[in-house]
Design a protein around this ligand. Sequence first.
Ligand code: GLP
Length: 243
Amino acid sequence: MIKVLIVDDYEAVSKEAFKVIKEFLKPGKVLGLATGSSPVGLYREMIKDHEENGTDYQDILTFNLDEYVGLPLNHQESYYTFMHENLFNHIAIPEANVHVPSGLGDVEANCQKYEAMIDEHPIDIQLLGIGSNGHIGFNEPGTSFESLTHVTDLTASTRKDNARFFDPLGEEVPTQACTMGLATIMKAKKVLLVANGENKAQAIKGLLEGEVDESLPASILQRHPDVVVIIDKAAGKLLEKSY
Ligand code: GLP
């Protein structure tokens, strides 16, 4: 079941998302986290809450959705770096508690180990953004609904969307990533998806009102028992039903 919340703007998306995630900031909880610009405002709320209320991350585990293949950990655009800069470095979470898939070495073997770790520590809440083509994590259109953590080729449209991060470095967007699969994401007990802006409107329409089909990976969430989708008006502009 998907619960939908449509709010005015990015800031409101971030604040509402924080209200959902706050319930999970407790010892023993396992958070599934995401990269991209969509969750950054939520991460800011988490940092503020940590600073103001002393929310403790000593006994919280995190698992990130995905990582580019071939980028050194300390690369400016690796998701490992992104997560440390935007969240981990500011909430005093022990490094041993955070997990980001490794896109280095034997990546297929890393993916299998990652899936096994998730099975050992089931995710209580999985945070997601959504790609303009409806991808979640790096599960591009056509990815099997049965997929577990795996190596995938990035589509031209995703590489174009993400070129803005690599262009200033004079580098190309990597061609592959290691990502939790769609079946991995579906194992999470709860899913929280955030999106904003007009360029997400088509993907959001497909997610909420389209057919459940592998051509729109996020549509699998219609089969999950507990999903919250929080979007701004621009991302909701193509929706026909009322929420
Ligand atoms: C990236 C990530 C996704 C993310 C999406 C949207 O490719 N792999 O996890 O949800 O793109 O990014 P943004 O939030 O910056 O629009």
